[in-house]
Design a protein around this ligand. Structure first.
Ligand code: C5P
Length: 319
């Protein structure tokens, strides 16, 4: 509970994590699986306005458009949706919700509030059926990692979770964002199921995030963090928050920074316990959360009781 109090105030470090999580973080630093080389400079103590301005200047949501090698030669220009993700809602969305899959959202009764937003973003295989009271039932966008597309247990082809929504997929690419290397050796091969899905469902908006966007987010987290962060992509949660900040005027994020309901239950829809789901091991999740805490414009009471953070859209940010 003391840790949680400090997290709400943005006053924690990795040294307060369990020895197991600290060990895992160290191992990832040593392994550097994606060849990360941070060339930026640390910017200590930026204010909220400065952070928002830096985000607006530096981070561009980008998806594969088929214009670069190797995708151009593979005919992807005609495979990707005709309307780019950024132009699906040309006048922008007003108020948006990002619903994290954390176990802490159970018994929150946030469903009605979540559904009152103009658009709702959910992650991976997080269901709404049976959990409506706590998580709502509207889904506008679903962000999926490459394991969802490749692991048969998720039934990507026929599950209703992945129908009638905007799909945005991603996979950890090399830090160099060399697309040829990535295409030859993705973490999980999302390219084959993507092509297949596009051919069978040409009218469903379905995008793959460009590795440059993912690693821009990583650079931004490292730049604004004193400690050395794990050299792995940010979590889907952080990616989703930034995606919505670029499409909406206001973003309400639920159970990313945990409420008083904090629990080691990893997901609300699965009986599996691991503190790493909330605090991170592979992903630099603790640092992502500290950064989002600094950006929060919502009330402290909403953070504690609802696990809610309110963030401004990037379009309205003045630099
Ligand atoms: O586990 P999964 O990636 O599907 O969850 C979606 C996102 O929700 C994560 O990427 C993470 O940012 C967030 N999350 C969290 N705490 C949890 C579970 C998920 O912050 N216990």
């Amino acid at each position: 509970r003391a840790f949680l109090q400090r997290l709400w105030q943005g006053n924690v470090s990795s040294r307060m994590l369990s020895p197991r999580l600290q060990r895992a973080m160290k191992d990832y630093l040593g392994a550097n699986r994606h060849g990360v080389r941070f060339r930026g400079r640390r910017a200590a103590g930026r204010s909220r306005a400065q952070l928002l301005c830096a985000l607006r200047r530096r981070v561009r949501v980008r998806t594969l458009d088929g214009s670069e090698a190797p995708f151009a030669a593979l005919g992807w220009r005609h495979l990707v949706p005709r309307v780019p993700l950024g132009r699906l809602h040309p006048r922008g969305l007003r108020s948006c919700a990002v619903v994290m899959s954390a176990g802490a959202i159970l018994n929150s009764s946030l469903g009605e509030e979540i559904d009152s937003h103009d658009a709702v973003l959910r992650f991976n295989s997080a269901p709404t059926r049976g959990y409506e009271k706590d998580v709502g039932n509207k889904t506008t966008v679903r962000i999926i990692n490459s394991q969802i597309l490749t692991n048969p247990n998720h039934h990507f082809i026929d599950s209703s979770l992945y129908k009638d929504v905007i799909l945005v997929a991603w996979d950890p690419a090399p830090y160099s964002a060399n697309l040829n290397l990535w295409y030859r050796k993705p973490d999980y091969n999302l390219f084959t199921p993507y092509v297949q899905h596009r051919q069978r469902n040409p009218n469903q908006p379905f995008y793959i995030l460009h590795p440059k966007f993912i690693w821009q987010l990583w650079d931004f987290i490292q730049e604004n963090t004193k400690e050395k962060i794990q050299p792995n992509p940010p979590s889907s949660g952080f990616i989703g928050i930034l995606l919505m900040m670029s499409m909406c005027s206001e973003v309400h994020v639920y159970e990313y920074i945990p409420s008083v309901r904090q629990t080691e239950l990893c997901h609300y829809h699965e009986l599996y316990y691991d503190a790493a789901c909330t605090l991170g091991a592979y992903h630099p999740l603790l640092y992502e959360k500290l950064l989002v805490q600094r950006l929060n414009t919502g009330a402290q009471g909403d953070l504690r009781r609802k696990g809610k953070v309110v963030l401004p859209g990037l379009q309205a940010v003045r630099c």
